[in-house]
Design a protein around this ligand. Structure first.
Ligand code: EZ4
Ligand code: CO
Length: 404
């Protein structure tokens, strides 16, 4: 079953998405997400110029072989652009295999290990009262887990707080250059424990509460925060410190039992091998699009399972509905599923990517259609041309570049 066409579709129905579409000689199509927020055209070029020509004539059934052909065959390994491109090919091939088999992809991965995918929503308030209101809204809609972020008084443009209420907040909105936000570790560390304690007191012990630090702290500051949050019994504290230096997490572990989730920017198993093997994290946040597709993410999850590390795939709105569909099939199948991030896309995005996954009573359910159960409306996609956008940068008061 030869691949006869490989096309890259860049569309911006509210934000930019890069999608790979493969077509086989019998007219079967498969989709893969290749979006790297703020660097979209680099992946589009990597695919168009270097990968699509190689795929023509290849046997679409040889998923594992093609993965290694693109990984080993490039010589230059890893990195977000390479791995997002490989992910898109891999995801599209799983989609095709499912359609050929007449089965949803989770059936090809071993079948359902659970009845539905527990997801968490995002509460992002300007004030603690607003955060509590938003959490209450999620609880009313049946969510069992909520990530809580709140504007820190005196810190303009705190990560995770929407500029326009109700709009997805990852603000890849700097058109010519990144917008600049300020950061104060002192104000943040002073404010966050009280904010989270207030939410915990209001909602009781059962609701899973999460908080994302977005790599802003040093290891010892992260240790202090983890310790101060212990009474609130977080489900996880996310990205407490940058993970390039993995020994940092040994230091955090020495001081706190607050569970740690890391990995939304990871590209391969080699980015988290030590973190998992030394049990320095509790949840691994790698995603289908940024960690080499279903084939490689499954490998990461299997490795994590050996060490009782659970899955927690990144699912922000800069990952397209194609990635979300793929994530749900994997989430349903793996034994060590933990929790899936879920931010609904805008109606414009949903219209460009019609999909069968749906939310009911706190759970997401993948489509039962053969393959991934997501398509792309190319005519509609063409009405939303690429729109340059950058993620913000964060500066300290003296102008030093900090981690955003
Ligand atoms: O800032 O996806 O947990 N979610 C996150 C996201 C990231 C964006 C970056 O593109 O940290 O909101
Ligand atoms: Co995050």
């Amino acid at each position: 079953m030869r691949v006869v066409r490989a096309t890259v579709i860049v569309t911006s129905p509210g934000r930019n998405f890069v999608t790979l579409k493969l077509t086989t000689e019998d007219g079967i199509t498969g989709l893969g997400d290749a979006t790297v927020n703020g660097r979209e055209l680099a992946v589009a070029a990597y695919l168009r110029d270097h990968v699509c020509p190689l795929l023509i004539g290849m046997d679409a059934h040889r998923i594992e072989h093609i993965w290694h052909y693109l990984y080993r065959g490039a010589y230059w390994r890893r990195g977000p652009i390479t791995m997002a491109a490989i992910a898109a090919v891999d995801t599209a091939l799983w989609d095709i295999k499912g359609k050929v088999a007449g089965l949803p992809v989770y059936q090809l991965l071993g079948g359902a290990s659970r009845d539905g995918i527990t997801v968490y929503g995002h509460a992002n308030g300007e004030t603690v009262a607003e955060v509590i209101d938003q959490v209450a809204g999620y609880v009313d809609r049946g969510y069992q887990a909520v990530r809580v972020q709140c504007a820190v008084p005196g810190v303009a443009g705190t990560y995770g707080v929407a500029k326009t209420p109700g709009r997805p907040y990852e603000p890849a909105d700097g058109r010519d250059r990144p917008t600049e936000t300020v950061w104060s570790t002192e104000r943040y560390l002073d404010f966050v424990p009280g904010m989270i304690a207030a939410v915990r007191n209001r909602f009781g012990p059962e609701l899973r509460l999460l908080h994302d630090v977005h790599h802003r702290l040093t290891p010892i500051e992260a240790a202090r925060l983890g310790k101060s949050l212990e009474p609130a019994a977080l489900y996880w504290l996310e990205d407490p410190t940058p993970a390039e230096l993995q020994d940092s997490f040994r230091l955090i572990r020495r001081h706190t039992t607050t569970p740690i989730a890391v990995g939304e920017v990871f590209n391969t198993l080699w980015d988290c091998e030590q973190l998992i093997r030394e049990q320095l994290v509790d949840f691994i946040r790698a995603s289908v699009v940024h960690a080499g597709g279903i084939t490689h993410l499954r490998r990461i999850f299997s490795y994590a399972e050996l060490y009782q590390v659970r899955t927690a795939s990144h699912g922000a709105t800069d990952l397209s509905p194609v990635c979300m569909s793929a994530a749900l099939h994997l989430d349903l199948a793996v034994p060590n599923f933990g929790l899936q991030e879920y931010m609904p896309h805008t109606p414009e995005t949903d219209a460009v990517f019609p999909h069968g996954y749906h939310f009911a009573d706190g759970y997401l359910h993948p489509s039962e259609e053969p393959g991934l159960g997501v398509e792309i409306d190319e005519k509609l996609a063409a009405r939303y041309p690429y729109d340059p956008a950058y993620l913000p940068v964060a500066l300290l008061a003296d102008g030093t570049i900090h981690h955003w």
